[in-house]
Design a protein around this ligand. Structure first.
Ligand SMILES: Nc1nc2c(ncn2[C@@H]2O[C@H](COP(=O)(O)OP(=O)(O)O)[C@@H](O)[C@H]2O)c(=O)[nH]1
Ligand SMILES: *[C@@H]1O[C@H](CO)[C@@H](O)[C@H](O)[C@H]1NC(C)=O
Ligand SMILES: *[C@@H]1O[C@H](CO)[C@@H](O)[C@H](O)[C@H]1NC(C)=O
Ligand SMILES: [Mg+2]
Length: 415
């Protein structure tokens, strides 16, 4: 009997510990294997790189739920913030990535796409439009289509959008290029670079493929993304009424834009109706608009509204600049053109600084200020590289113009 009792006790203890172990195993949280719930996507990842078929998106984007059921999760305290596996639930915006590139840029753009996909788009599957002044070759189409999780589209830019307008004096333009070559101004002797700047200033947003969308995210070859993107930036733009956004800002080389501000002042005089009441002139000028301080948003990264770029106010500005000829008689960049337009014609609340999108384009880095943010977003950038608060950045000026307080820790990153 005694031995029988002891056996019972052993059985009971054994059963108790088995249940206990089972309890601990099933209640252990493994970070990184969260399976996201509530995905109702029906869209497919099928893509075609047959450009002749890809004139417009053939199916409605995968709409995975109502916005009201899936509010933007902006901080780790918000529901769903750390669900980074599987398709993101919630609505999709009418938006696309856009890249201007040559066939020879294929491996550099492949690197950029891979980063955007890993950090963001694999969960959102937004489309990607590629534009080129020459036809894209098969390798370019195959490689990029294989990397993009959304649909890919390839457009050839018409000659009128990539050539000298008839009012440009060719001799005068040539002399400028020779002179800039001698003065060693970067891209100063280049014709294609000037076509590129004029195209990005006035034409990319009205290419037939771009007419299918309301928002764009510009991506260049060889850029890096250093942090996870936990929410849909397109949705932030739409829900918060943003029209233009940036991650890096800096001073333009004055030698490339000697008369851009004169030309802009002429436009302001001719079109006072286009100037926003609550504009960001303070970012652009230190003397109330008399002179330009050369501050601009770095346009190789942009998330913006295509409808705004297609608006009468923006087109009037571009056409006024184009008539003045500075894309060829000087070397006006699309960055100061977009920035001046945004600074003067948008209200302050319509321009957004994405602190949480960490980015590099040679030679500058935007690495989010604040260690907590960097850890929450699993960033792999060196905070010392952050350009935001260094002397040649204009981001301080943007914060001051908007009365925004700088993120904690900015003082330690001044140099
Ligand atoms: N199709 C095409 N794209 C170009 C040409 N020149 C520049 N680009 C693209 O325009 C963008 C800006 O050019 P990039 O060389 O990066 O200029 P940077 O960033 O100012 O040094 C990139 O996306 C390039 O791929 C060109 O002649 N043809
Ligand atoms: C997306 O935006 C474009 C341009 O405004 C519009 O023509 C198109 O109908 C929109 N598509 C959807 C699905 O809303
Ligand atoms: C811009 O701001 C002004 C003044 O605050 C306001 O009257 C106007 O409606 C705003 N415009 C937009 C598009 O928000
Ligand atoms: Mg570039």
């Amino acid at each position: 009997m005694a031995s029988g009792n002891a056996r019972y006790v052993r059985y009971v203890l054994f059963a108790f510990f088995t249940v206990l172990i089972f309890y601990f195993v099933t209640n252990t949280k493994y970070e990184g294997v969260d399976i996201s719930k509530g995905t109702f996507a029906t869209g497919s990842n099928q893509q075609s790189h047959d450009a002749s078929k890809d004139t417009k998106p053939s199916t409605q984007k995968a709409l995975t739920g109502d916005a009201k059921d899936f509010p933007l999760a902006m901080t780790p305290n918000d529901a769903g913030f750390n669900d980074l596996v599987g398709l993101a639930p919630g609505p999709r915006m009418n938006a696309t990535f856009v890249t201007l590139a040559r066939n020879s840029d294929v491996w550099e753009i492949a690197r950029s796409i891979r980063q955007i996909e890993d950090r963001f788009n694999r969960r959102y599957n937004y489309d990607w439009v590629f534009l080129n002044d020459n036809p894209f070759d098969d390798t370019f189409k195959k490689v990029t289509t294989s990397l993009v999780s959304g649909k890919t589209f390839y457009g050839e830019i018409p000659k009128e959008h990539w050539s000298f307008p008839e009012w440009i004096d060719q001799d005068k333009a040539k002399k400028v290029r020779e002179d800039m070559a001698e003065r060693k101004i970067i891209y100063g002797d280049s014709i294609p670079y000037r076509h590129m700047c004029r195209f990005e200033s006035g034409f990319f947003f009205r290419q037939p493929l771009m007419m299918n969308y309301e928002y764009y995210w510009r991506v260049e070859p060889s850029v890096e993304l250093y942090c996870d993107i936990h929410y849909d930036p397109f949705r932030l733009m739409a829900e918060q009424g943003k029209k233009y956004s940036f991650v890096l800002s800096l001073y333009e080389y004055p030698a490339t834009i000697p008369t851009l501000w004169e030309s802009t002042k002429k436009f302001m005089k001719n079109h006072p109706e286009h100037i926003a009441a609550d504009n960001t002139m303070k970012f652009l000028s230190d003397d109330g608009g008399d002179t330009y301080n050369n501050c601009h948003f770095w346009s190789n990264f942009e998330i913006g509204s295509l409808d705004w770029l297609r608006s009468k106010q923006y087109i009037d500005y571009f056409e006024s600049l184009d008539k003045d000829g500075g894309f060829f008689y000087e070397r006006w960049g699309d960055a100061p053109v977009h920035s001046i337009a945004a600074g003067l014609m948008l209200n302050k609340s319509e321009i957004h600084f994405f602190n949480d999108i960490a980015y590099w384009h040679v030679p500058f880095t935007h690495c989010p200020t604040g260690e907590k943010t960097r850890l929450d977003l699993r960033c792999h950038c060196d905070p010392k590289e952050n350009f935001d608060w260094k002397g040649y950045s204009c981001t301080s000026k943007f914060f001051e113009a908007n009365g925004m307080s700088k993120p904690e820790g900015w003082e330690n990153q001044k140099d």
